[in-house]
Design a protein around this ligand. Structure first.
Ligand code: PEP
Ligand code: MG
Length: 893
């Protein structure tokens, strides 16, 4: 096994083997871009390291040394040299980028001898000692696990002692003292002298990078972002000859996006710091300058930067996020990767790059992360209403969107409170990678330090959470859990609102407005609609939801849950009376009133969806769900008994008796759906009549309404046929009443395992199928869908028993197999049979890709997910098209 590839020999496409960074460096080197020389130790070595009990393969070291020798030849420098020492950076890099989640070490190769050589060589002792102190600090932190705060305290002390404010103002003498104190800390921590031999340093650094693959923050990141082993398995290690941005005022380092990642504008966007090294920018220690200023300060390097950005985009056909260094006026590219952008940025760049003829429409659609589009459907501050509201402070708008929540200053508390359902705004001076779990638990992030490319900004943008950074007027006291700005104090638990689009911090809960779909977004949706092959319908139970769904592009309603109509405040009382009725006659009286109400609901929804099919599902939940909970009833009765209110007590006791009578041990598998329809036929009859009469009235008004009736929880053809008889009777009656013929399809849900297995029989009666993948998943796994997510599922995912939550993304092997069987048997009888999906999976991009392949006619998703579903369906169609088709068999005549 070849374990090490130099940048001029590695395959730039093989991200799995070389990691994204390594592959990028190889590709850039081979494109003759100004990349410092280096080599990559493969992800296979990382895997071998873990398989072999955290031991490196024996043959690795000779390969590394061979490549170090190559570096010596290329740079003219020498490893551990007393004259011209070769220094390297050691960087992690997995197949996909995991920003800031793993470790990097810079300036490796320095020791008490080489630092003097570097001083002599550059005639710049300050630079040499600054590099040395950075090396010891990073090495101490990453390799030995020394707490960063200890180093920070020493640095602060040194600045105070010398009477300066900036790290870059520390002189050689101060830096010498800092290095010595840093080494002492490391020695105290490990009980060993700080390693001075560059070979030992490199070996330890390689192991540390491999170890960071299983570090807590990397593991959490992979879990939250569903980075499974087939996406990235292990990290590579990149060893790169150092170039120095801290060699003086003609040197700099920076991070630049080739287009603005916040809104997609085609203009480079980023920051740089003069006389600094890379981690200064990312950590937000010093506030960097906007890259525009480089035009005046370093015009030649700026021109090269622009040219490099253009070349990179032309080559990768994707906006890039690059790191660069200028060493004494010479420009170097250290890294390039596809820029992580928010949804607005992705949409605009997709549309722009098609206009610029850089990419095709298909590529423009494929590069979008369908799930991310949800950001565009997020709230923003209602600026009109917010006019009079008190702004407490202003910072840098780092990630757009608005969020209100309680200010929490402590990372652990933010995680605990967020996971308990509180809306948390994380407020910190700055953030570090280990704070990432708190990002997941928070609705927004506010920091007092750092720029637009600081850790907090990058992570929040990737997650699509509102974020403000560099809000320096906010004086944060992390220990006292409070912040002050002027005479305002924000304490932990206080309600605040942040506007990540403008950088404003407000006190209190500020009104927000629903987002608008921009012209660029509309263009994308138009392209997607043309590309997709399956229909997209909505799960909508009210006329408002139907209208919203239609605005977002829904082509009909795939699921109208009629029980939600009974839950409306003016209906529930009636429905309870119906359940409590002592005779069929009494029940019928209540049903008549409910029928009128349902009919008018249906008319409104059908009007909102004129021209499209509306699938109306008859009552599904068990009846006791509509009655008060027995425990509550008992408590209420006890209270009333104390007050002596006998009449009400008697009424409640009757309800309690009925509630107990209807109670079930296992209601999800109980008396619900079609089983209620068969045992209380008047309920389904009423609902069917309401649908037919709504259809008849709209037909008379010449409105194109296409209602269809769907029966839930069906497990056998006999159940379905039983309801079909009621349907036929009502149909005949309504048709004769209105004097017209109505075509209202009659179909079944497939959410019971037996229904899937006998779909060939069901298809003889059903005119359409719709998979209820929520109940089907519950049934296939035997997991209670109501309980599982709050119980063992998180641990199952943590322990990788399950890769994903099957209630979110369809379980292809289990549920998916049943889906395929059901489709195949149903269509064997009726080839053109309409088959949809109306469980939550209908709005999940990964599941949509599966359903497209399985051959469904449409998926149905909640209104806010319609645009996501449209794009995901388009991606599925495009990907399917580009799959090589199996060769047709030659026929033998
Ligand atoms: C389903 O089971 O997938 C479904 C859509 O029905 P409900 O969620 O209402 O049970
Ligand atoms: Mg269901």
């Amino acid at each position: 096994m070849k374990m090490v590839y130099s940048f001029d020999e590695g395959d730039g496409k093989n991200r799995k083997l070389l990691g994204g960074k390594g592959a990028g460096l190889c590709e850039m080197t081979q494109l003759k871009l100004p990349v410092p020389p280096g080599f990559t130790i493969t992800t296979e070595v990382c895997k071998a390291y873990y398989q072999n009990n955290k031991n490196l393969p024996k043959t690795l070291w000779p390969e590394v040394k061979k490549n170090i020798a190559k570096l010596e030849r290329k740079t003219g420098k020498k490893w551990n040299s007393k004259e011209n020492p070769l220094l390297v950076s050691v960087r992690s890099g997995a197949a996909i980028s995991m920003p800031g989640m793993m470790d990097t070490i810079l300036n490796l190769g320095l020791n008490d001898t080489t630092v003097e050589a570097l001083t002599k060589k550059t005639s710049n002792p300050r630079f040499a000692w600054d590099s040395y102190r950075r090396f010891v600090q990073l090495f101490g932190k990453v390799v030995f696990g020394v707490n960063d705060k200890k180093f920070d305290a020493i640095l602060e002390n040194a600045k105070n002692k010398q009477g300066v404010h900036l790290d870059s103002d520390l002189n050689e003498q101060s830096l010498r003292e800092v290095v010595s104190q840093y080494k002492d800390i490391c020695q105290k921590h490990t009980g060993q002298p700080f390693p001075s031999n560059p070979d030992d340093q490199l070996l330890l650094a390689i192991k540390a990078v491999f170890n960071s693959w299983m570090g807590e923050r990397a593991v959490v990141y992979r879990e939250k972002n569903h980075v499974t082993k087939d996406i990235a398995d292990g990290t590579a290690v990149n060893v790169v000859a150092m170039v120095f941005g801290n060699m003086g005022n003609d040197s700099a380092t920076g991070v630049v996006f080739t287009r603005n990642p916040g809104d997609g504008t085609n203009k480079i966007f980023g920051e740089y710091l003069v006389n600094a090294q890379g981690e200064d920018v990312v950590a937000g220690v010093r506030t960097p300058k906007p890259v525009d200023e480089m035009k005046n300060e370093m015009p030649k390097s700026y021109e090269l930067l622009l040219k490099t950005c253009r070349n990179l985009e032309r080559h990768y056909k994707e906006p890039q996020d690059i790191e660069f260094t200028v060493e004494r006026g010479k420009f170097y590219l250290l890294q390039t990767r596809s820029a992580k952008m928010n949804a607005a940025g992705m949409i605009k760049t997709s549309v722009d790059m098609v206009k610029e003829k850089l990419i095709t429409k298909e590529r423009a659609l494929l590069r979008l992360q369908a799930d991310q589009l949800e950001q565009l459907l997020h709230k923003t501050i209602d600026y009109e209403k917010a006019k009079g509201s008190k702004k407490a402070a202003k910072g840098i708008a780092a990630s757009p969107g608005a969020a209100s929540g309680i200010a929490v200053f402590d990372v652990k508390q933010a995680v605990a409170m967020g996971e308990n359902g509180a809306k948390v705004i994380l407020v910190r001076e700055e953030t570090k990678p280990e704070d990432v779990p708190a990002f997941f638990a928070s609705v927004g992030i506010l920091t007092s330090r750092g720029g637009k490319t600081s850790h907090a900004a990058v992570v929040a943008r990737g997650m699509g959470k509102p974020c403000i950074v560099g809000c320096s007027e906010l004086k944060i006291n992390q220990d006292a859990k409070m912040a002050t700005v002027g005479d305002i104090t924000i304490r932990q638990g206080d309600q605040i609102t942040i506007d990540g689009s403008q950088g404003d911090v407000y006190l209190g809960d500020i009104p927000t407005i629903e987002p608008q779909i921009t012209d660029n977004f509309k263009t994308i949706l138009e392209w997607a609609k043309k590309a997709k092959k399956i229909g997209i319908r909505a799960n909508a139970d009210t006329p408002d939801a139907a209208q919203l769904a239609r605005r977002y592009g829904a082509e009909g309603i795939g699921l109208c849950r009629t029980e939600r109509m009974f839950n409306a405040s003016d209906r529930l009382g009636l429905f309870v009376k119906l359940i409590m009725a002592k005779s069929v006659d009494e029940r019928k009286q209540h049903l008549e009133k409910l029928q009128e109400l349902q009919k008018s609901d249906f008319i409104q929804i059908l009007k909102a969806m004129e021209g499209y099919k509306v699938t109306i599902r008859l009552l599904d939940p068990p009846l006791h769900e509509f009655l008060p909970n027995p425990e509550e009833l008992i408590n209420k009765i006890h209270k009333l008994e104390k007050q002596g209110n006998t009449q009400e007590i008697e009424e409640l006791k009757v309800i309690l008796a009925r509630a107990k009578e209807l109670a079930e041990i296992n209601p999800m598998m109980g008396h619900r759906g079609v089983r209620v329809g068969i045992t209380y036929p008047e309920i389904y009859e009423m609902q069917i009549r309401a649908v037919f009469e709504a259809g008849a009235e709209l037909a008379k008004q010449k409105i194109n309404a296409y209602p269809q009736i769907m029966i839930p929880q069906v497990g056998s053809i006999t159940e379905l046929n039983h309801i079909r008889q009621i349907y036929e009777k009502v149909k005949a009656e309504v048709e004769s009443k209105y004097g017209l013929k109505l075509k209202i399809n009659f179909g079944t849900m497939l959410e019971v395992v037996r229904a899937c297995l006998t779909s060939g029989e069901l298809a003889s009666t059903a005119e359409f199928f719709s998979f209820g993948t929520n109940d089907l998943t519950q049934a296939v796994f035997s997991y209670s869908r109501e309980d599982v997510e709050g119980k063992f599922l998180p641990e199952y995912m943590e322990k990788e028993i399950l890769e994903r939550n099957p209630f979110q993304t369809v379980d292809v092997n289990g549920v998916g197999s049943l889906v395929k069987i059901a489709i195949s048997n149903g269509r064997a009888l009726k080839p053109g049979l309409e088959i949809g999906v109306c469980g939550e999976h209908g709005g999940d991009p990964n599941s949509i890709k599966f359903f497209h392949g399985a051959g469904v006619s449409y998926v149905s998703a909640s209104p806010h997910r319609i645009p996501i579903a449209i794009v995901a369906a388009a991606q599925a169609a495009i990907l399917n098209k580009s799959k090589p088709k199996a060769k047709a068999k030659k026929s033998h005549k």
